[in-house]
Design a protein around this ligand. Structure first.
Ligand code: ARG
Length: 399
């Protein structure tokens, strides 16, 4: 008796998920493997991946495009939440996992599978995100993670695959572990495991080194409606086009490189290099527009919500009552986050240099130090008397 009869496998075409196919079949007695490759704008050769799934022994090899859904249903809420894990990582990998899990579950239900599978190892966050998301969506499905149990090195895994007719291109394989989708690229392992070592330029793929970026800055206007980016330089764009164009221009100016040590859910500290040109520029612009359109108390309260939100996305709780409740709060705050932010992209930085909105609650006549000031300076005196009263009483008590 095998562990499952029919399994839908999250398939990338890489070594690990390819080896999973014969492994599930021959070691775990799975009768039928359905490979599912999800297109998330990673620019992979999906036809080749589809064919490879069949060569590896899958009964069915499916490809589904979910790039737009990734942006609309996952990235846009995260932008509205200004979501940055540990204040830095815009969750480009973490946001994709619940979507892949959802698609695995949908296909499993369609084809009548009793299990789903993924190629994650036992050390990362991604296994947690998959397992928990799948459990949230269909707790009756088994989740198989061969690479968590097989205990093979990469070389051993390749040798195992070759036994079953898999071939791996001889190209010197990259020492890095890469995850890529339209939201960004994550790289770890190899020399990056030494936190003192500066990342070699070869680690990067979406962004230029500052030394190679144009000397002239680029100016860019990003329009938002209710906290969602809808146009670049006045051109209304669909979400995929918007991300593609912004990734290209921000990447050209070296924007969106992040070199950080982060705290994984599983307790390990790891060093990761991220490139998230569009996503980081959008969060920066979005937060700036909020500063023009949200009240002081909502702005400040929301910071705590944003931190909780980032942590729960990172920790695999996308499909959870807390995320839904926080999203309800966040969406409410976005009702007036409509307007335009002007950014300057230059030498690795995306800086907001202007913002405007019909919903602005900035008042120049209150703020001005020039003519036309309407602020009642005398009123400040009374305000400070009351505000400072406890301080004066306390101070007297000290002497
Ligand atoms: N550390 C990131 C996260 O937990 C990315 C994980 C995948 N990274 C990779 N290089 N394969 O979201």
């Amino acid at each position: 008796m095998g562990r499952a009869k029919k399994v839908v496998l999250a398939y990338s075409g890489g070594v690990d998920t390819s080896v999973c196919i014969p492994y599930l079949t021959h070691e775990w007695g799975v009768e039928s493997v359905v490979a599912l490759a999800v297109d998330l704008g990673q620019g992979a050769e999906l036809d080749a991946i589809q064919a490879k799934g069949l060569t590896a022994g899958a009964d069915q090899s499916l490809v589904k495009d979910a790039t737009r859904e990734l942006i609309e249903q996952y990235a846009f809420p995260a932008i509205q939440a200004n979501a940055l894990y540990e204040n830095r990582y815009p969750l480009s990998t973490a946001l994709a996992r619940p979507l892949i899990a959802k698609m695995l579950v949908e296909v499993a239900e369609e084809v009548g599978a009793d299990a789903v599978a993924h190629g994650c190892t036992g050390k990362g966050n991604d296994q947690v995100r998959f397992d928990v998301a799948i459990a949230a969506l269909n707790p009756s499905l088994k989740v198989l993670a061969p690479a968590r149990e097989w205990g093979m090195s990469r070389e051993e895994a390749m040798a195992y695959g070759e036994k079953y007719g898999l071939t791996f291109p001889v190209k010197k394989s990259s020492p890095y572990s890469i995850d890529l989708n339209i939201l960004g690229r994550s790289a770890e392992a190899g020399i990056l495991e030494d936190p003192w070592a500066e990342p070699p330029e070869e680690v990067y793929a979406l962004t230029k080194a500052v030394a190679d970026t144009p000397d002239e800055p680029a100016y860019l206007e990003i329009s938002f409606e209710r906290g969602v980016p809808v146009a670049l330089n006045g051109d209304r764009l669909g979400p995929v086009q918007l991300f593609e164009q912004l990734n290209a221009i921000a990447g050209e100016h070296g924007v969106g490189r992040i070199d950080m040590l982060e705290n994984r859910l599983v307790g390990i500290k790891s060093r990761e290099i991220y490139e998230t040109p569009a996503l980081l520029a959008l969060i920066t612009a979005h937060r700036d527009l909020e500063s023009l359109t949200l009240t002081k108390d909502v702005t400040q309260y929301k910071v705590g919500v944003e931190q909780t939100y980032s942590q729960l996305v990172y920790n695999g709780l996308w499909f959870s009552p807390l995320r839904e409740a926080l999203d309800a709060f966040i969406v409410k705050t976005q009702e007036r986050v409509t307007g335009v932010v002007r950014m300057r992209l230059h030498k690795g930085q995306a800086v907001c240099v202007g913002r405007k909105s019909d919903c602005s609650i900035y008042s120049e006549s209150l703020a001005t130090y020039s003519e036309g000031d309407v602020f009642d300076h005398r009123a400040a005196e009374g305000f400070i008397y009351v505000w400072g009263l406890p301080t004066r009483v306390w101070s007297r008590g000290q002497s």
